[in-house]
Write a protein that binds this ligand. Structure first.
Ligand code: UDP
Ligand code: MN
Length: 272
């Protein structure tokens, strides 16, 4: 179920998920950003059966690689959450998911509840930590930021790209039971499930999970002085996509972290 390539270092870890080589590119930039943030926590990549060449750069950055299986969900669950079925039943109208995004894989995030740490912060592989967020390890389970990128209505929903959790096998087993019920459909996969599982989720400030569309859709919310985690929801910065021109400043920032050279001083970046 879980096979780690080395023991844990300490009892706190940042955790991300990689189920294919594309998300390994994202994870490399994320890990580099975490290291540059000066964190003292362990770095963990949960991964499925991904080619060793794609994972090697993640080990090189000090990450603990933990191989996991996808969740043992039922055939009916897997069919309902297959990419085509999910896109047909709950179309994405605000943005486009990349071709390498498999909705069912998202649920493997829940494996972090099986890890051997007291406190974890999960961060999607398509995010960058721009300032140290180690204080989040002292926050309770379950904290996440609202899914804000269009308007006030977005505050009803949380975004599962950044959240705090306390691993526990009992919680994991309870989640599995509640996840795979007959006829169930989690339209935004782990995100819908986690919001339902933790209806009293604690809100993190939006700067702990600033979604890239805020840059053009809600520019008044943008503040380089405050953003801690930048999250490239929908189209990814390592893809060719039709919003790339509008997101150029953010994509260039991601590329700096994805490379091996220096990263820019946030204070010098332009406002939207
Ligand atoms: N993920 C993955 N493989 C997939 C889909 C998702 O490894 O096929 C992981 C990866 O860490 C990714 C996260 O799950 O960042 C959530 O997916 P994504 O970030 O693409 O969703 P979005 O933020 O666009 O809603
Ligand atoms: Mn994401």
């Amino acid at each position: 179920m879980l096979a780690a390539d080395r023991p844990a270092r300490g009892d706190r870890a940042y955790v991300t998920l990689v189920t294919n080589p594309d998300y390994a590119l994202g994870a490399r930039a994320l890990l580099r950003s975490l290291t540059l943030s000066g964190t003292t926590a362990d770095l963990v990549v949960l991964h499925t059966d991904v080619a060793a060449e794609a994972l090697a750069p993640l080990s090189a950055l000090g990450a603990r690689l933990v191989q996991v299986d996808l969740l043992p969900t039922s055939p009916a669950f897997n069919e309902a959450h297959a990419r085509d079925a999910l896109h047909a039943r709950a179309a994405f109208t605000k943005g486009t998911k990349p071709p390498f995004h498999t909705p069912l894989d998202n649920f493997a995030k829940l494996r972090l509840w099986q890890l051997d740490y007291a406190s974890v912060v999960f961060i999607d592989a398509d995010a960058l930590v721009l300032r140290n967020v180690d204080k989040l390890f002292a926050y309770p389970e379950f904290c996440a930021a609202p899914n804000v990128y269009e308007g006030l209505g977005d505050f009803h929903r949380m975004n599962s790209g950044v959240f705090t959790a306390k691993p526990s096998e009992a919680t994991f087993n309870d989640m599995l039971e509640k996840l795979d019920q007959p006829g169930v459909f989690w339209r935004r996969t782990d995100q819908s499930f986690l919001q339902a599982y933790f209806p009293d989720w604690h809100g993190l400030p939006v700067v702990c999970n600033m979604l890239q569309y805020v840059w053009f859709a809600m520019p008044e919310l943008w503040s380089w002085d405050e953003i801690r985690i930048l999250h490239f929801q929908y189209e990814k910065p390592w893809q060719q996509h039709d919003k790339a021109d509008r997101l150029r400043v953010l994509i260039d920032l991601w590329r700096a972290y994805a490379g091996d050279g220096p990263v820019p001083d946030l204070a010098g970046l332009p406002a939207p």
